[in-house]
Design a protein around this ligand. Sequence first.
Ligand SMILES: C[S@@+](CC[C@H](N)C(=O)[O-])C[C@H]1O[C@@H](n2cnc3c(N)ncnc32)[C@H](O)[C@@H]1O
Length: 215
Amino acid sequence: MTTPAYDAAFWDQRYAGADGYVFGTAPNDFLAGAAAWIPARGRVLCLGEGEGRNAVFRARRGHDVLAVDQSAAGLGKATALAAQHGVTLATQVADLADYRLEPGAWDAVVCIFLHLPPALRSRVHRAAAAGLRPGGVVILESYGPTQLGRGTGGPQNPDLLPALATLRPDFAGLELLTARELERNVIEGSGHTGRAAVVQLLARRPSASRPTDST
Ligand SMILES: C[S@@+](CC[C@H](N)C(=O)[O-])C[C@H]1O[C@@H](n2cnc3c(N)ncnc32)[C@H](O)[C@@H]1O
């Protein structure tokens, strides 16, 4: 069997052809668990957001959310999910290879199961780190190298499955609050269906230090 391209056409077909939401409508577990680190108000950018479960989660908590994905079909479902919950999202159909991430503008950047080729992955991660406001966080979960062949989710291409060690340099200069590889049960819709090897990273841009009182 040939490995899919995992391009916009692949994801459009997968999302449009699905009965319901491929990865469910509940937020990703790691994001939900890390949510207390997201500043209470502000702007959240969800990259590779697909059908919008994570973006809607944050919009329902009062954040101003932009969801970016290459799949128009996915973001159409994201907009519909937001409407079901009485919230709105901004969406942008874009290949992240062409997307300019606004520096110093975001209170959180969310990358959940966004599996990119190595050079683009590093570029996007570095832009995500630079995109944070002081106190802002990057929240990332990805399948890891030993997920290959398990059959419970994730791309069947080792280049798209990073080890934690390859991710760390992308977030240099941020405070790493969580950085780990582990096995856990990932049960999310029909797309993620069981025991899985994942990488999790929660990193924060330090808040600007307060000027010292010279009196
Ligand atoms: C496994 S899905 C995860 C979707 C969503 N983050 C979630 O957790 O439900 C991966 C998503 O990344 C998007 N993606 C992958 N490569 C991309 C790229 N180069 N530009 C934009 N989106 C991309 C796909 O279109 C797809 O929606």
